[in-house]
Design a protein around this ligand. Structure first.
Ligand SMILES: Nc1ncnc2c1ncn2[C@@H]1O[C@H](COP(=O)(O)OP(=O)(O)OP(=O)(O)O)[C@@H](O)[C@H]1O
Length: 322
């Protein structure tokens, strides 16, 4: 391993400037320019985001940042003042969003007198699951959410962990592809929290998941990448941790084409203040460091991508709200 301060130069690029990042899989849900106002209060300002199948994305923000509003719009429960939404590349109207997404609200409305099975069956009927498919949909959903053993218990008698899983079951019973979770871990004890996180990771295999939270530590543990919402504005804060990706800073600051020309480098993404996210080919890091060692630039930062998340969150929100 080359010590950071022994690195001196970068190789010049032998060719032009290729694309900065590799093409990503097309998003399942895409939103562009969403704005929402409540009277004079602006809740969302030109919010654009995309969610892909298989990923869990954190939506981080302080109280009143606009998280619940954003989730309600993505769930098709609230119509934005402006902006557009696409599902699988096709413009999505609220009805399509409601059919293909499931929202777990901050406080799921649970009828205390209904049993767990009755509550899920009711949600299936309301969501329009055809009558002949309902029994199977309910049984599957109870099993997926670890609720089969408590199916006959009344919702009003459940622990907070089970209440939250019932809320999740209500959001999932119509088999949506997009799952929107509004502060789902508030009030869970450490064991319930661990199980809930595991459940979300299991569900990620078949869904695109957006999870809102106040807590950076929570999204760091559960999510693949983080969006920060601050006073209605959204910013991508970065990946939580990704194998083969590094946060890099060199002095003097290189051109993207110089970075891309280094051996072992697959793609680069410019960040503010001279930082880069660099993705490596398999075993590419050693080759890249060796090439850097042969040159004259100084390596000022070489860290796992995502290690700067806290610093970036504080910069984006201008506070210690996490
Ligand atoms: N129905 C409403 N009428 C008026 N203002 C509202 C309404 N709903 C939300 N707001 C305001 O819009 C802004 C965004 O609210 P929102 O609930 O989306 O934020 P949040 O990030 O989910 O907050 P919290 O974490 O406290 O739930 C806040 O200033 C809030 O006071």
């Amino acid at each position: 391993m080359v010590a950071p301060n022994s690195v001196r130069t970068m190789r010049a690029s032998p060719h032009g400037s290729p694309a900065l990042t590799e093409p990503a899989e097309s998003p399942l849900l895409r939103a562009e320019g969403l704005s929402v106002r409540y009277g004079r209060q602006v809740a969302l300002r030109e919010v654009s985001l995309s969610l892909r199948r298989g990923e869990v994305v954190g939506l981080l923000g302080a109280n009143g940042a606009g998280k619940s509003t954003a989730l309600a719009v993505l769930a098709g429960l609230q119509v934005p003042r402006s902006g557009r939404l696409w599902l699988d590349g096709r413009v999505a109207i609220p009805r399509a969003l409601r059919a293909r997404s499931g929202l777990l609200p901050h406080r799921p409305p649970l009828h205390p007198e209904l049993t767990v099975r009755q509550a899920v069956a009711h949600a299936a009927a309301v969501a329009g699951v055809p009558r002949r498919e309902r029994a199977d949909a309910v049984t599957d959903t109870l099993a997926r959410c670890d609720l089969a053993t408590v199916h006959a218990r009344r919702a009003g008698n459940l622990s907070q962990g089970y209440r939250q899983r019932l809320g999740l079951a209500l959001a999932l019973v119509h088999r949506p592809e997009v799952l929107l979770l509004d502060e789902p871990t508030v009030g869970l004890d450490p064991r319930q929290l661990a199980r809930f996180r595991a459940l979300v990771r299991e569900l990620a295999a078949g869904h695109a998941i957006l999870l809102s939270s106040h807590a950076l530590a929570e999204v760091r543990r559960t999510c693949d990448r983080v969006l920060v919402l601050h006073e209605g504005r959204l910013t991508e804060a970065g990946e939580t941790a990704t194998a083969g990706r590094r946060l890099l800073r060199l002095a003097p600051v290189p051109a993207a084409s110089d970075l891309l020309a280094l051996p072992g480098v697959a793609s680069v993404e410019p960040l503010p203040e001279g930082y880069w996210h660099v993705t490596f080919k398999a075993d590419g890091e050693a080759a890249c460091l060796a090439a850097l060692a042969a040159g004259g630039s100084r390596l000022e930062e070489w860290a796992p991508a995502g290690a700067d998340l806290e610093r970036r969150f504080l910069a984006l929100t201008g506070s210690g709200a996490a």
